[in-house]
Design a protein around this ligand. Sequence first.
Ligand SMILES: Cc1cc2nc3c(=O)[nH]c(=O)nc-3n(C[C@H](O)[C@H](O)[C@H](O)COP(=O)(O)OP(=O)(O)OC[C@H]3O[C@@H](n4cnc5c(N)ncnc54)[C@H](O)[C@@H]3O)c2cc1C
Length: 398
Amino acid sequence: MNMNYTAEELAFRDEVRSFLEQKLPADIAAKVKRGRRMSRADHERWQQILSKQGWYATHWPEEYGGVKWSAVQKHIWDEESCRYGAPRSIPFGVNMVAPVIIKFGSEEQKQQYLPRILSGEDWWCQGYSEPGAGSDLASLKTRAVREGDHYVVNGQKTWTTLGQHANMIFCLVRTNTEVKAQEGISFLLIDMETPGVTVRPIITLDGEHEVNEVFFDNVKVPVENLVGEEDKGWTYAKYLLTYERTGLAGIGASKAALSHLKGIASRQKKNGRPLIEDPSFAQRVAQVEIDLMAAAISNLRIIASVEGGGVPGAESSMLKVRGTEIRQAITDLARRALGPYAQPFVEEELNLDYEGDFLSDQDGAPLSAQYFNMRKLSIFGGSNEIQKNIVTKMILGL
Ligand SMILES: Cc1cc2nc3c(=O)[nH]c(=O)nc-3n(C[C@H](O)[C@H](O)[C@H](O)COP(=O)(O)OP(=O)(O)OC[C@H]3O[C@@H](n4cnc5c(N)ncnc54)[C@H](O)[C@@H]3O)c2cc1C
C-alpha cells in the first residue's frame, strides 16, 4: 500500500487546517486541549459551525446533506481536528441513528428526523443497554406492547450517555417473547418528553454527570416511530454498531494526548531535572509512543483496505482493543507525571473560568479526572474482552 498522501489529499489537509484555524473557537479548543469541562452550549456551537460548512454529517450520502469524503479524507479530518483541539461530535444522532434511518427508515422518518439532526434541533441518545443486558444485549427486557396505533413501553435502560440533554432516544425493545431472543426485538424512536419517561443521573468516578438511567412507565409511542419491521430490530441494531465501532481506536485523540503528556513531563521536575529526561519515565513514554505508531499504521492499513472496497471486520476489534489500551496507558502516565498532586481533586478546577488556587499546576484536576474517566474506554462500544472474542473467532478460528 502507499503510505503517503496524494497531492489532492495534501490539498484537502491544508483546507481542513485553514478551516480549523479560522473557525474553531479559541475558548472551545482551550477546553478540549486542557481537558476542561465542555458545556452543552459548546457542543451546539461547534456543531452549528460544522453544519454551516457542510462538514457535520460525514457518514451520510450527499442527497441528505452529507459530505462525500473518502476514508482517507475522514482520517485526515479526525487527525487534524484532534490536533487543533476540536471537540468530537456527539455521535448518537449524526453518526448512529441517522445511518439507520437512512438505510431502514420510512420516507416520513427521513423527512422528519434528518434535517433536525443537521440543524441540531434534536439531541439523540442511545437506549441499548439495560441492567441485565450489556455484552449480552439480546437478553434485553424493556417491553413494547402494541395497542392499536401505538406501543406501550415499560422497562429500564442504563448508561445512557448525555441522556440528560436529549429530547429523543433510539431504543431496542422486546416486541415478541415467543421467539429466539434476537428475533423478538424492535427498534423504536421515542420522544423523551412523552409522559412516563424518567431520566436519573449516574455520577461517575470523576464526579461528572455523563451517564444516566432511563425509565419507561407505560410510555405511549406512535407506531410510525418503529424503524423498519417489527421484530427485525436486531439487524438494524447490528448495522448501527458497525458505525459505533468506527473510530473507537481514537488514534488522533491519543496523538494529541501524547503530545500533552510530553508537555507536562517537560514542565514537571524530578531531582531538579525535567521528568521527561528521567530514563525510566522516558522509556515508558517511548514505549507508548511506539505502540501508538504501530496502531496508527494498522489504522492506515485498514483505511487503505476500505478505500480498495474492503469491509473491516475483526480489524476494527483489534484496533479498538489496542487503541483504548494505549489511551489508558497515556492517561496513566500523565497522572504519574503529577505524582502526589494527582491525588487531591477540586472538581471546580475543571471549569475554564475557575479563579481559585490550583493544587498543582493547572493540569492537575483534569488529568486525574481523565484517568478515571478513560477507564470507560475498554468497556463501552463493546468491551475489550468481547472484542478479543471476536478476534479469536474471526482471525484465529478458535
Ligand atoms: C461510560 C459508559 C457509557 C456508555 N454509554 C452507553 C449508551 O449511551 N447507551 C447504551 O446503550 N449503552 C452505553 N454503555 C453501555 C456499554 O455498552 C456496556 O457497559 C457494555 O456493553 C458492557 O456491558 P455491561 O456493562 O453490562 O457489562 P457485562 O456485559 O456485565 O460485562 C462485565 C464484564 O464481563 C466481561 N464479559 C461479559 N461477557 C463476556 C464473554 N462472553 N467473554 C468474556 N468476557 C465477558 C465483560 O467484558 C466485562 O469485563 C456505556 C457504558 C459506559 C461504561
